[in-house]
Design a protein around this ligand. Sequence first.
Ligand code: GCO
Ligand code: MG
Length: 403
Amino acid sequence: MKITDARVVVSCPGRNYVTLVIETEDGVTGVGDATLNGRELAVASYLEDHLCPLLKGRDARRIEDTWQYLYKGAYWRRGPVTMTAIAAVDVALWDIKGKVAGMPVYQLLGGAAREGVMVYGHASGDTLDELSSDFQAHLDQGYKAVRIQASVPGLDHTYGIAPSDGSVYEPAGGSRPQEDRWETTAYIDFAPEMFARIRKEFGYGVHVLHDLHHRLTPIEAGRIGRALEPYRPFWIEDPTPAEDQSAFRLIRQHTTTPIAVGEVFNSIWDCQQLITERLIDYIRASVSHAGGITHLRRIFSLADLYGVRSGSHGAGDLSPASFAAALHVDLSIPNLGIQEYMGHRSPAEEVFTSSYSVEDGHAHPGDAPGIGVEFDEEAAARFPYEPRYLPINRRLDGTVHDW
Ligand code: GCO
Ligand code: MG
């Protein structure tokens, strides 16, 4: 089953998405997401200029061989651009395999290991009152797990707060990144206060999560983890930048609060030490940035050996094709933790038609053959690419800090 065409479509239906479409000689098409937020065109070029010409003429059925060919064949291994491009190819090939077999991809991965995939939504607010009403709105929608973020008094633009007009908090439009401010001393007493308020109001029957977005030092993270223990967070996410995996030993020495890491990882090597030394509880690598279904499963299998569960990244910058692919993996692995779900901003639904559903706090990929997402190229052409950047972050004295 030869690949006859592989093309890349960059569009902006609500936000930028890079989509790879692979077509076979029998007219079967597969779709993969190649979006790398704020660096979209680099992946588009990597695919268009380097991978698409190699794909034409290859056998679409040979997924593992294609993965190895693109990974080892590049010589320059890993990195977000390379691994996002490989991920898009991989997901598109799984999509084709499923369509040819007449089965949803999760059946090819071993079948459903559960009825549905628990997801967490995002509640946020400029004040704790706003956060609390957004939290209630999530409970009303059936969520069993909710991430909480609120503006830190004294800081402009705290990470993760959705503007009241919609659901996104990044990226800002414009030709330069928006600049946010951060100071850990302003935040450190506020986080326990935020958790106390939510637990007091809503009790302990719902999972509560929180994202630190790589902003703390390891010892600050240990302190926050310990201070939050009475409020039983489901996890704290990305407490400190994870380039230094050994830094997590220090956090572990100070707290039993579960730790989740991995949305910026693109390879199993980024988390080898974190997993094998049991320095984390949840690995949050994503299907679109960590080499597709093939590589993500390898990461989750390693994690399973060490009692680490999955918690895949599922922010809005991952297109519906990624979210669907993630759900097929989530449904079939033994060590699912939870799946992030942010949804997609209108008019994304004009471009992507999906078979997945989210109900009562649980998602299911649906039973359409393949990954269950159709991509309308004509509709995508109505929404041309718009240059956008992720924000950058500065401390109050102007020092560039981790965003
Ligand atoms: C999350 C993330 C995202 C990222 C975004 C970057 O936990 O959902 O932190 O919101 O910031 O995906 O592109
Ligand atoms: Mg995050």
